[in-house]
Ligand binder design. Structure first.
Ligand SMILES: [Zn+2]
Length: 275
């Protein structure tokens, strides 16, 4: 059976403790063994990819196939989701790719850090070894980056999940003709580490630049401006904010309607009342 990462680190530290930095070859030998053991301790790229895919596909199913996304798009046309589905599907593939790259990068960094720590420590031990090595501290330090990795990867998965949910919603809003978005922050939720400036955005309504209602002179942005004036929901790490998208003039705050917009709205109301 292959040695575990932890065993290899223990042997490497004992060997350097005994011999010290007496040759490049000794260090290179252990760096090679530590790298191989570290790689062996991780899920294979295929396993990781499968895990990622499962997590993101289940969000896609919930949001698109089961139409969970509708809760943040009240008033959207019945067939719009069907029409936008290919773009939503493309978002899934993009997000799987981006997440896989992030995870690869994290692993590479964890291995590099591990090797750097060993290299830095081992080359500081004089030839002939040392009796003063606090081996437990040294081993702990060398193992740290790799031990943190599963935790980091879970965080990546969770954050990528939020980013994916947000980009699905934004794609639907853009292609479905949303005219504004009302920011929604979870700051009231206990234990949620919210950003102060995101809390301040809560319930503010931002106009979608270039939307049909602006083009037709029916609305104008409020003093808060446009959605592209500020960061997007979930753009910053671990942000769980959302937009509740607005599709109809009647759902806009009064101050975002122009005179022409108010006119059009009251005409539409008369028609509805007459019917
Ligand atoms: Zn936020």
């Amino acid at each position: 059976m292959a040695e575990t990462f932890s065993q290899v680190v223990t042997e490497a530290v004992a060997d350097i403790e005994e011999h010290g930095y007496d040759s490049e070859e000794r260090i290179a030998f252990w760096l090679g063994k530590i790298r191989a053991a570290a790689e062996g301790a991780m899920l294979t790229p295929e396993q990781m990819q499968a895990k990622l895919r499962d997590a993101l596909v289940s969000i896609y199913r919930q949001m698109v196939e089961k139409k969970g996304i509708v809760s943040m798009h009240p008033g959207i046309g019945r067939f719009t989701i069907e029409q936008v589905r290919p773009q939503l599907r493309a978002e899934l593939d993009r997000r799987i790719m981006a997440s896989a790259n992030l995870i690869k990068l994290n692993r590479k960094q964890a291995i590099e850090k591990t090797l750097q720590r060993f290299s830095g420590w081992s080359t500081s031990i004089p030839k002939g070894g040392s009796k003063n090595v606090k081996t437990n501290d040294v081993k702990k330090d060398i193992r740290k980056a790799l031990q943190r990795l599963p935790f980091e990867e879970r965080r990546v998965l969770v954050d990528q999940g939020h980013k994916f949910t947000s980009s699905l919603s934004e794609t639907l809003a853009q292609d479905g003709g949303a005219i504004a978005g009302a920011w929604h922050s979870n700051w009231r939720q206990p234990n949620y580490d919210y950003r102060e400036d995101h809390k301040e955005r809560d319930r503010l309504v931002y106009a979608v630049r270039g939307c049909w209602a602006l083009e037709r002179g029916l609305m104008k942005p409020s003093k808060h401006g446009y959605t592209d004036d500020i960061t997007k929901p979930a753009e910053e790490p671990f942000c769980r904010c959302k937009y509740r998208w607005i599709y109809n003039l009647r759902d806009l705050p009064r101050d975002m309607l122009t005179a022409k917009g108010r006119d059009e709205l009251s005409k539409a109301r008369k028609v509805t009342n007459a019917a």
